[in-house]
Write a protein of this length. Structure first.
Lengths: 289, 404
């Protein structure tokens, strides 16, 4: 393979992975930015998204509907969890959140296991994107192009949502000074429930989109939560733009690292994180820790 | 690390739940005579839990069949004693010991993992019990660790590798690449495969190892394609295997490169569907075998479970049938009599006639190479593309390696 086609296909691969990493990381970072809590159950919502997506495709035959249903289901469960449980813990220290969200992962995983069984489940690529395109005579899956595109679309949508809408304004304000926002007569608790739900919904969206690549399986959660944390730490806790940059960086380091240094495949992502933390301890766009 | 703690806790809960409901007993209402107890201390949870589930189903199916016909030895029904070991060898030995001492069990089968079987066999003489393996692959069980009361009617690991190697020599494939998971199993299997490629006089181009839990296989697929190899040997399992096959299909890798693997397990076919098409590998028991015994077995199995039997289910069922034939020939389940009856016994079961060798208690049987293809309903199934005779597949007595 010549250098140019190689570079083009690998860059596209990297962008498709970046999109998946971004869906995972951005929800976690939004939740952290507003609520100052680490949502350990984030990977489980990602997994839940894949399984709900599988069932939606099974029943309705529509992958597109799955992209709507799964985030709604996961978002509702997330918001309900915040309303019912997390809300009572805000006066406690951070370890309480870690414990209770970790507890949620145990419960949700068990529910998923009992509902869908232990077998990995296949989610087919939607027909529209099942084909391949030839880039310089190299076959490339259309679905990966779609993933990269979806990443761009969702990133712009979230950015516009944060910048242009009233709820987006409240979210930004709450993350900067929640007491002041509260004093101005805004129900900060509702903002929190909302953002927790949105974060979980974004994770589930990532889960549905990842399912055709990795199948829906019980191993997804543990795997995803580590990636999500790495993205958030590299990008800076609570930074939307940071998580976007981190997702792209990690994806490129993984794709090219795996190719040129396969023996260090596992370490590449962590080396990048180490480097970023040495230079900027608070993450790329984070406040100094 | 917290995810680990989660796994452990879950395992404990599952084991506790299993212990509360065990032993599972199958008792036909008509049975008046003293039942023949068969002990099954096996992993139903943990990493080999899915295999354990297959073994359990096969034994339950067999017991039901036998009991429906009035049992063995003049009306004695089969009673299965099933307990979960979680895949822990120490637990297996303890549970087996309990079954022997508390319930008077003298027959054991379906111990899922090879390390569990290796831990159990030294105790067989003391327990005066016979253990008929249903899936244990470790070559040592009929080699250096062989004990008189152990029998292996199933295909061993070395026999599986041998079958693929024999196919390699016959194939027109010239150059090979390998992708394995980056831990002991991946490296060992690929080392063995490399040797076989060299023995077959073919070209081994290179190998690459992916860390456990790899989600994006695009770079590995690029490497395989760039190597220009005719075939790639895959040593992957679980989620990694499913992810690789799904993505390889999206890149149309199978159009140019033959995908080879050690064992084609139906669990992967189920999880990846059409993405498994074209996969070539060994099979311990392909359910498409064309003989009357197998056709009857598959039909009865489908009536019971609504699908074809999987690989480990078929092999375990064959072991049960061998055990049954031994009991009928011996007219007893006493270890000494049963051992004498099983040695040299030929049974015509679902893989055709197989013979338990007296020298190392390994069943001589054919080896199958399968290719995943669509059946008439469009579902991917393993189809037999080559069969090698027992004489070529079974190693010399007490050996794990072959002379050629």
């Amino acid at each position: 393979m010549d250098l140019l086609p190689f570079l083009v296909t690998q860059c596209l691969n990297a962008f498709s992975q970046a999109a998946l990493l971004f869906f995972l990381g951005v929800g976690l970072t939004l939740i952290f930015g507003i609520m100052r809590i680490v949502n350990f159950a984030h990977g489980t919502f990602y997994m839940l998204g894949a399984f709900v997506g599988y069932t939606t495709v099974r029943i309705t035959g529509s992958f597109w509907l799955a992209l709507v249903v799964a985030p709604l289901v996961a978002g509702s469960i997330g918001a309900a969890f915040e309303l019912g449980l997390l809300r009572r813990l805000y006066r406690r220290d951070a370890s309480a959140f870690l414990m209770v969200t970790f507890g949620l992962t145990l419960v949700l995983e068990e529910v998923i296991r009992l509902t869908w069984g232990v077998q990995a489940l296949q989610v087919e690529v939607p027909d529209l994107f099942a084909g391949i395109v030839f880039l310089f005579d190299e076959p490339f899956p259309v679905y990966r192009l779609f993933l990269a595109g979806a990443g761009v679309v969702v990133a712009i949508a979230i950015w516009q949502f944060l910048e242009r809408t009233r709820l987006g304004l409240l979210i930004r304000a709450t993350s900067q000074n929640s007491e002041m926002v509260h004093a101005l007569g805004v129900d900060v608790n509702m903002v929190r429930s909302g953002i927790f739900g949105i974060g979980c919904g974004l994770a589930a969206l990532g889960g549905v989109l990842a399912a055709p690549l990795v199948t829906a399986s019980l191993g997804m959660a543990a795997n995803a939560i580590i990636d999500a944390f790495v993205i958030v730490i590299i990008g800076g806790m609570g930074s939307f733009l940071g998580s976007l940059i981190a997702a792209v960086l990690v994806a490129f380091v993984q794709v090219f690292g795996n190719y040129y240094f396969p023996d260090f495949a596992l370490a590449a992502m962590y080396l990048l994180m180490l480097l970023v933390l040495v230079i900027r301890p608070g993450g790329l766009l984070g406040k100094e820790a | 690390m917290p995810p680990r703690a989660g796994l452990t806790r879950r395992t404990i809960l599952q084991t506790a739940a299993a212990a509360a409901t065990a032993p599972v007993v199958i008792r036909p209402a008509s049975a008046a005579a003293d039942p023949i107890k068969v002990g099954m201390p096996l992993a139903l949870t943990g990493p080999v839990g899915s295999v354990g589930g297959q073994l359990r189903r096969a034994c339950e199916f067999w017991a039901k069949q036998v009991n429906a016909k009035g049992g063995l030895l003049g009306g004695r029904p089969i009673q299965l004693l099933i307990e979960d070991t979680g895949g822990n060898p120490a637990t297996t030995v303890r549970k087996a010991q309990e079954m022997v001492e508390r319930d008077g069990v003298r027959l054991l089968t379906a111990i899922a993992a090879s390390n569990e079987a290796l831990a159990t066999v030294p105790k067989l003489a003391e327990w005066d019990a016979i253990f008929v393996s249903g899936d244990n692959g470790d070559g040592r069980l009929t080699g250096e660790s062989l004990v008189p009361n152990f029998f292996r009617p199933n295909v061993s690991g070395p026999m599986g590798t041998r079958t693929v190697a024999l196919w390699l020599r016959d194939s027109s494939l010239k150059s090979f690449y390998a992708l394995g998971m980056d831990y002991a199993w991946g490296h060992n299997s690929i080392d063995v495969f490399k040797d076989e490629v060299k023995k077959a006089g073919r070209n081994f181009i290179g190998d690459v190892y992916s860390p456990m839990g790899t989600k994006d296989f695009s770079t590995y697929i690029t490497k395989i394609r760039q190597s220009g190899a005719d075939a790639v040997y895959l040593v992957l399992s679980g989620d990694d295997y499913n992810a690789f096959l799904s993505q390889a299909k999206q890149y149309r890798l199978g159009d140019k490169v033959t995908m080879l693997t050690e064992l084609v397990d139906e669990m992967v076919l189920q999880a990846t569907g059409d993405a498994s098409l074209g996969l070539v590998g060994g099979s311990r028991y392909p359910n498409t075998l064309d003989n009357p015994q197998n056709k009857a077995f598959v039909a009865a199995w489908k009536a019971e479970y609504g699908r074809e039997p999987y690989m480990f289910e078929g092999d375990q069922y064959q072991s049960c049938v061998v055990m049954q034939a031994g009991i009928e020939k011996a007219g007893s389940i006493e270890a000494a009599k049963l051992r004498a009856a099983l040695e040299g016994l030929t049974v015509n079961s679902i893989k055709g006639p197989i013979t338990i060798r007296a020298c190392d208690h390994q069943a001589e049987q054919p080896g199958f190479v399968v290719k995943v293809e669509k059946d008439e309903t469009g579902k991917p199934v393993p189809k037999v593309i080559a069969t090698y005779p027992a004489a070529k597949v079974t190693p010399p007595c007490n050996k794990m390696t072959y002379n050629d």
